[in-house]
Design a protein around this ligand. Structure first.
Ligand code: AP5
Length: 211
């Protein structure tokens, strides 16, 4: 399966992508995680994108399209993948159609007020980037990743002002991508629920996959 996962920042794309990837045995390609890893390693790419990412702005289409194109060409993507955080603009969606044949685009719909609550409580693993929420999806041991034992940290772009900026950009730039996939007959929309497990059930049902 080759699936695009759409949704506002904090809608739960990464969380659901992780569960689907485990179930389907295909990789998740998260452009946010690729860029954060580049920043952590201090590569040229990391240096180029740091300012935009810290401010919650999008990095350039040209750069991100090249990054995804290269990543999808790797061996582990040949049987399918989940795209988390790409495409985010109409230009990216059109470029993707030029080099990949997508089976569907799943949109996770969550209100802006719920997003703000989620971002305030989000913690991510500094080693493997797994995602938690202090109330709704806590780790077994406070501050420690269940998967790899890494330390949990607050993402730099999860502050109130930066989240507002990211939501604004989402409505302006990314919502038109949903319409693009609707017109292509590929859009599946799911309403994000208060409980994580309820959203997972709806996502798996929409894709016709058993849990
Ligand atoms: P990216 O990392 O993609 O960030 P994002 O889209 O803003 O999405 P998030 O990772 O913040 O949220 P998510 O939807 O994955 O939610 P999560 O599962 O963590 O991008 C970061 C930056 O990189 C961008 O701002 C931009 O600068 C750059 N970038 C990336 N891709 C780009 C592109 N294509 N073009 C240009 N620039 C790009 O869940 C959130 C929280 O809620 C968690 O704490 C989770 O535990 C909790 N939660 C999840 N589901 C539920 C639920 N149902 N109930 C309760 N809690 C829940």
């Amino acid at each position: 399966m080759k699936l695009v996962i759409l949704g506002a920042p904090g809608a739960g794309k990464g969380t659901q992508a992780g569960l689907l990837a485990d179930r389907l045995g295909i990789p998740t390609i998260s452009t946010g995680n690729l860029l954060r890893a580049a920043m952590q390693q201090g590569t040229d790419l990391g240096k180029q994108v740091k300012e935009a990412m810290d401010a919650g702005k999008l990095v350039s289409d040209e750069l991100i399209i090249q990054l995804v194109k290269e990543r999808l060409g790797q061996e582990d993507c040949k049987d399918g993948y989940l795209l988390d955080g790409f495409p985010r603009t109409l230009a990216q969606a059109k470029a993707l159609s030029g080099f990949a044949k997508i089976d569907g685009a799943l949109s996770i719909e969550v209100s802006d007020s719920e997003i703000e609550h989620r971002m305030e409580g989000r913690r991510i693993c500094s080693k493997c980037q797994a995602t938690y929420h202090v109330e709704d999806n806590p780790p077994k041991v406070e501050g420690i990743c269940d998967k790899c034992g890494g330390q949990l940290v607050i993402r730099k772009d999860d502050t109130h002002d930066v989240v507002e900026n990211r939501l604004h950009i989402y409505h302006e730039e990314t919502e038109p991508v949903k319409e693009y996939y609707r017109q292509e007959g590929l859009l599946l929309a799911v309403r994000g629920q208060k409980k994580l497990a309820d959203t997972t059930q709806l996502v798996f049902d929409a894709l016709g996959i058993s849990l």
